[in-house]
Design a binder for this molecule. Sequence first.
Ligand SMILES: [Zn+2]
Length: 210
Amino acid sequence: MVDREQEQLLDILHVSHMWQIRPGFDYAIHQLGVCTLRPAKLISLAQKYSIAGWVPEAVRSLLLLPFRKYTEQDICDLSFSGYLVIACAKEEIQEQRRVLAAIPPYPLDVCADNAPHCTYHTTCTRVWYDKWAKEIVPRIHHPTDHFPLSKTISALLDIDHIGMNRACKGYAIEWMISSCPGLGKEEALICKTIETIQAMFSIATAPSGW
Ligand SMILES: [Zn+2]
């Protein structure tokens, strides 16, 4: 979409908001929502016109956008305090990702009551660690294809752990789902950041009186 069209939509948004013309306001929100507006701009517009629905995706985009690609206008739109919230969240998320990549989750207690009986468990363990290093770690550290940590379980299920007892793999995955808090921490941090930005910018769910 060309900038002129964006400007027209922003004008419609502004006027519709000022005169509380709901159809025009909803139309502008919908059209601008599919535009290529920068996420920081979406946050500042969300604040100005109380468009809470734009915040989650805008925050997710900002968390993925490398700092070197932030413009001066982005930082202006976010304000320093908003920028700081995003920066701290990015750092915490990166730490979670590094920890999960470096320390493969695996149930070491093979004597647990529900652990499968396995006479070749040394091989199972070796295969698990090997596949983690060769298949999961490169995805977590990939420079361009983002791999959400919440997809780790489905990725592990798709990997063929040749040489590993199927019951042991199932047990390891069940253990991860119930005992590996690191898997959910990334998504929890993202949700917390969305809430913080919403509160910081006082972005209400709907314009009052409409
Ligand atoms: Zn085994």
